[in-house]
Design a protein around this ligand. Structure first.
Ligand code: NAD
Length: 438
């Protein structure tokens, strides 16, 4: 598709970032941005900060940095706020999370200490392993949504913000199925007033974001904005939304390896994935109901990449298991093991073992930054509703109801970069390349 390029409103003024959940990911993200701004660390892993994009033919040698190609907010213009059930400021939250060393946190301490979470819209029945007193009181869920909107309004006014984006970085909630109350905006709003138990706090925040006119991304696997009522509301109000569940450690590896196996038509007998992690996220996921939400998100990946219905000889009988074990000594430094039983020519079996000693929040922080900057860009371009081009960042990408999600990391990256080319009126890249040999 050829486009003339979009009319993009320039990113002038300050961009607010409001984060429900100010734990390991949020503190690593904010401290990281402050460290990058001061010039003593690099934004490794961030496409918006370090990525480039090829334009035109390979012979043209036009490969600008992404942040020069599309008008993105500058890191100096970001202002942070958020909510948590604990009142720790971001410096204290960072120390508790134990991801970044104290010496790094100390270098940006004044900026971090200024960020104190607002009281949270929280209900223990959705995150059973947590208890906190820094929470809002209200007669119903609609009133909670209004209080969140008030927090956003005050934050915007105090900091003279021109735009704001919300990213859910709070704990994974228990598994919820799509219910009638999630289907239309009016049923959902009735449900908020009647305190319907099918409406989780993450949905209240998402509703408040859309009503406040700000973009929303969901970093956890809970439904949140991924219900018809809220996707409709986002579309009606011209708000971009994206989700679900940041694609970091083991699932990121899965979406790198599985497309490779599929490309070479190697068969799969089984994929066993297990993890040990000891952070608060691990503690929350130790509850079987929270784990179920995560498991659904992690399991869906292979099915969509391998397409067993198209390749029954290769992929119709594999066993896929995912385990998460809460093991406090490891903190945020997760270890993920994968045992992959594959087969090749004439059915001969082989094995692949992966042992990924990763750092969860180190992988998640640049994703938060990119999502904020790209959602802000989308909103300035007038894009609304589900932003499928941001699937690159998610384990369980949201997409139109008639589509299946795209999980292959390389297709996702191509989709993202082609969207940027489209926005700027550049030719899309097909990788055909026959013209070089005419
Ligand atoms: N770190 C990763 O690599 C990664 C990857 C994918 C998804 N995630 C998801 O991102 C989220 C954050 O991960 P984390 O490691 O920072 O977890 P964390 O436990 O350190 O932080 C989450 C914070 O959310 C707060 N919280 C819970 N419910 C809340 C509510 N209703 N309102 C406001 N605050 C609330 C908790 O008090 C906690 O401080 C989790 O849902 C996790 O599953 C993380």
């Amino acid at each position: 598709m050829i486009s003339k390029g979009m009319n993009i409103v320039p990113p002038s003024g300050k961009l607010g970032i409001v984060l429900p959940g100010m734990g390991a990911v949020s503190s690593t993200f904010i401290a990281g941005v402050e460290a990058v701004k001061k010039g003593f660390a690099k934004p490794i892993g961030s496409l918006t900060q370090m990525g480039t994009i090829r334009l035109g033919k390979r012979t043209e040698n036009r490969v600008p940095p992404i942040k020069e190609f599309v008008p993105l907010a500058s890191l100096d213009d970001l202002v942070f706020g958020g909510w948590d059930i604990f009142s720790d400021n971001i410096y204290q939250a960072g120390l508790k999370a134990g991801v970044l060393e104290r010496s790094l946190l100390d270098q940006v301490r004044p900026a971090l200490e200024k960020i104190r979470p607002w009281t949270a819209a929280f209900d223990k029945s959705y995150v059973r392993r947590l208890d906190g007193s820094h929470v809002k009181k209200a007669k119903n869920k609609m009133e909670l949504a209004e209080q969140i909107q008030d927090d956003i309004r005050i934050f915007q006014k105090r900091n003279k913000l021109t735009r704001t984006v919300m990213v859910w970085c709070a704990s994974t909630e228990i598994f919820l199925k799509s219910k009638p109350v999630h289907q239309t905006i009016s049923k959902f709003e009735q449900g908020l007033i009647k305190n319907d138990p099918a409406i989780a706090p993450s949905m209240i925040y998402a509703y408040a974001a859309i009503k406040s006119g700000i973009a929303y991304a969901n970093g956890a696997p809970n439904l949140s904005v991924d219900i018809p009522a809220l996707t409709r509301l986002a579309k009606d109000r011209n708000i971009p939304i994206a989700g679900k569940d940041f694609k970091t450690g083991q699932t990121m590896m899965k979406t790198i390896l599985a497309p490779g196996l599929k490309a070479r038509l190697l068969g799969l007998n089984g994929w066993f994935s297990t993890n040990i992690l000891g952070n608060r996220d691990g503690e929350v996921l130790d509850d079987p109901e929270a784990f179920k939400t995560k498991e659904e998100s992690k399991l869906s990946v292979l099915e969509h990449i391998l397409q067993p219905e198209r390749h029954p000889d290769l992929y119709s009988k594999y066993t896929h298991k995912v385990r998460i074990n809460y093991y406090p000594p490891r903190g945020d430094n997760k270890e993920g093991w994968d045992n992959i039983d594959i087969f090749g020519w004439l059915g001969y079996p082989m094995q692949i073992k992966v042992d990924f000693l990763c750092r969860d929040s180190i992988l998640a922080a640049p994703i938060v930054l990119d999502l904020v900057l790209f959602l802000d860009l989308a909103q300035r371009c007038g894009m609304s509703g589900i932003q499928e081009w941001l699937s690159f960042y998610f384990k369980s990408p949201m997409c139109a109801p008639e589509l299946y999600p795209e999980h292959d990391l390389f297709i996702q990256l191509m989709k993202l970069k082609n969207t940027l080319r489209y926005l700027r009126g550049e030719d899309l890249i097909t990788h055909l390349g026959l013209e070089y040999y005419d």
